[in-house]
Design a binder for this molecule. Structure first.
Ligand SMILES: *[C@@H]1O[C@H](CO)[C@@H](O)[C@H](O)[C@H]1NC(C)=O
Ligand SMILES: *[C@@H]1O[C@H](CO)[C@@H](O)[C@H](O)[C@H]1NC(C)=O
Length: 625
């Protein structure tokens, strides 16, 4: 195995491996040797990249390294030729028409395929199965987003698809924005750049559930909020500043997409619909579900959407609905006898929710903390789901029954230890041994330190450090939207938090692996179930970093195309965004050659712990043509 010590302080325990010993025929080996010799001879007079003189190393040394790298590439190409594979070629850019599109959400295609009655807006991956293989290009006026936290309040208007009149339609408190300059959009900010009452609204909700103000949400057991139809994320941005995790979920929109805008600002968001299927979360996932004029007709479909909210809510959790459509009949709080209830109120009673408060157009219901409530002989109550009926929650049809009542996780949010998720009993509820969990976390802390030192474009240069230069440190706010594609216990997310990095992590639990999503959500993190053989429900260019540990090992057993997965990763990655793949040597090699076809800069890193695990660190370039 050829190893090379980079002799740079931030590579102290890592070294770049230029390639494994080829398990191939002598013929190939000879070819490579010939290539190297020719290249060496050819380059001895070359000074193409000696424009700057480096005192640390003789030129020959750096030349030699580049040549070996080249020889290795040639070897890989030759090998794929010899093994009968088609010659790896670079993918070209897709047409402009799909620069903002999300596969599975092709409305015209869905209509053609026969979906109707609103279901054409739902996710139908089977309709867009045949995608052309190309790289989704950035819009003409695309600019690298501003860094967090500045990028939270101001974005480049060329980066998102939005029409002129959408700037002007400022409906609810959570849906205001304005055009600042010709090419910038500004949002509400804490420091009052545009004041639109989000703070007052948040305090009002806190008071309605009996708290002094919104700083007390955490103490009251509210950590995670699902914000349906989040506008442009301003309410969520405010909650994030209070150390709560608010995830925006909204339908696919062709222009002015709430999800695209929220993610562009660095706020957690994902595409999801209330149409005919469950959201990809397990039961008992969120402490609060919020809807401010979110466009869902809650009273339709025999209350099925409210049953879905009940499924998502933890016991004792809150449903906050702000809507001019829900007009109270008299005083709703005193409407127990005789008076006509609105359809929504009728449903909420069947669901064992109690109306806590009502003010102006805002209603707050609390889900019961008592599982017995559903079975205590109520005539019209919604039945409990049969055992196993609610086990799979990956876009399965909406169910007309109550989930989660028999779960070990049925613990009212008010009874949980406030603050961090650290007691052994809370971990054991998930069938995980606390030692296992804490060892994992410890491990991730040191792994993250290594990763961080790798995330600099200099890793791809021949001269990682110039004499007299400071050690390059990645800027503290370089990353904001991070996706852990195979999140396990959410250890990477926890390590990021401990290291006080300004990121949030979308923790993805792949279908077909152990479902650790409840453990992730109960730590107050964002997460979702996803089948990586399908496109992820997000817009192009929405993540700064994708992390995939052991994902390829898992996927090769599923039999779907790794090439398609790479194209999908390229789609959701911002230009200049990073990919870290951690897997066994053979798969990393394959991943490296795919990365080259996708035109990512890529480096294989040997962890030097004697195992066959390797890292592949990649950066997506900003391709204009
Ligand atoms: C959507 O589907 C239609 C009809 O199948 C197809 O012509 C069109 O190219 C698709 N659009 C995208 C963006 O994939
Ligand atoms: C929650 O706490 C209350 C008051 O401390 C207690 O009465 C109740 O039994 C607890 N519920 C559960 C499910 O632990």
């Amino acid at each position: 195995m050829l190893k090379l010590d980079m002799r740079s302080p931030w590579f102290s325990n890592l070294s770049v491996i230029l390639g494994p010993r080829p398990p191939r025929s002598w013929l190939l080996l000879c070819l490579i040797i010939v290539l190297v010799v020719i290249a060496l001879l050819g380059s001895s007079s070359s000074s193409a990249f000696d424009a700057v003189t480096y005192a640390a190393r003789p030129d020959f040394y750096t030349n030699y390294r580049r040549i070996r790298e080249q020889a290795r590439n040639d070897y890989l190409e030759l090998r794929s030729l010899f093994s009968g594979a088609t010659h790896p070629r670079e993918f070209s850019l897709c047409g402009r028409e799909i620069e903002n599109s999300v596969p599975c959400y092709n409305v015209s295609g869905n209509l053609l395929a026969g979906w109707k009655d609103g279901e054409e807006f739902d996710r139908h991956c089977e309709v867009s199965r045949e995608q052309q293989r190309c790289l989704v290009r950035p819009p003409k006026d695309y600019k690298i987003p501003m860094r967090w936290p500045a990028g939270k309040d101001v974005i480049w208007s060329g980066n998102v698809k939005i029409s002129k009149d959408q700037f002007l339609s400022s409906g609810s408190v959570t849906k205001r924005l304005m055009l600042l300059e010709e090419n910038q959009i500004a949002f509400y900010s804490e420091d009052g750049l545009i004041y639109d009452g989000v703070k007052d609204y948040s305090r009002q909700i806190a008071e309605m559930i009996g708290l002094g103000n919104d700083y007390e949400f955490l103490e009251a057991g509210v950590h995670t909020i699902l914000d349906i139809g989040c506008g442009f994320g301003s309410f969520g941005a405010h909650l994030l500043s209070l150390k709560l995790m608010a995830v925006c979920i909204a339908a696919y929109e062709v222009t002015g997409s709430q999800v695209q805008l929220a993610l562009e600002r660095g706020l957690p968001a994902i595409i999801g619909n209330f149409v005919s299927r469950q959201l990809p979360y397990p039961s008992l996932s969120f402490d609060m579900v919020h809807c401010a004029q979110c466009g869902i007709f809650w009273e339709k479909k025999e209350g099925m959407f409210l049953i879905e909210v009940d499924r998502l809510l933890k016991p004792g959790g809150y449903f906050v609905l702000t809507s001019p459509a829900v007009q109270p009949h008299g005083n709703s709080l005193n409407s127990k006898k005789g008076s006509i209830l609105t359809p929504i109120e009728e449903f909420t009673q069947k669901l064992c929710w109690s109306l806590l408060a009502q003010q102006d157009e805002t209603f707050i219901w609390q889900k019961t903390g008592d599982a017995q409530c559903y079975i205590s002989g109520k005539q019209s109550a919604v039945p409990l789901c049969k055992e196993g009926q609610d086990a799979q929650s990956y876009y399965q049809p909406l169910l007309p029954c109550i989930s989660g009542t028999a779960s070990k996780r049925w613990i009212p949010i008010q009874n949980k230890s406030s603050g961090s998720f650290r007691s052994a009993a809370e971990i054991e509820v998930h069938g995980v041994h606390p030692d296992d969990f804490f060892d994992d976390l410890q491990n991730w802390k040191s792994v993250l330190r290594n990763y961080w030192s790798l995330l600099t474009p200099l890793i791809f240069s021949d001269h990682p450090k110039r004499p007299g230069d400071e050690d390059p440190l990645p800027p503290y706010n370089m990353l904001r939207n991070v996706m852990d594609m195979n999140a396990h216990y959410g250890g990477l997310n926890a390590a990021f938090l401990e290291a006080k990095k300004s990121v949030w992590v979308m923790n993805v639990v792949p279908t077909g692996t152990r479902n650790t999503l409840p453990l992730i959500l109960d730590q107050g993190f964002a997460g979702v179930l996803h089948d990586w053989c399908e496109p992820f429900p997000t817009y192009p260019r929405t993540y700064d970093m994708l992390h995939a540990k052991g994902l390829f090992s898992h996927l090769t057993s599923r039999g779907c195309s790794v090439m398609n997965l790479f194209l999908e990763m390229d789609r959701i990655l911002r230009p200049e965004g990073w990919v870290i793949v951690s897997d066994e040597l053979g798969l990393i090699e394959k991943a490296r050659s795919l990365a080259t076809q996708i035109r990512w800069e890529a480096r294989v890193i040997d962890l030097q712990n004697g195992g066959d695990q390797r890292l592949l660190v990649c950066q997506k370039p900003y391709l204009r043509k």
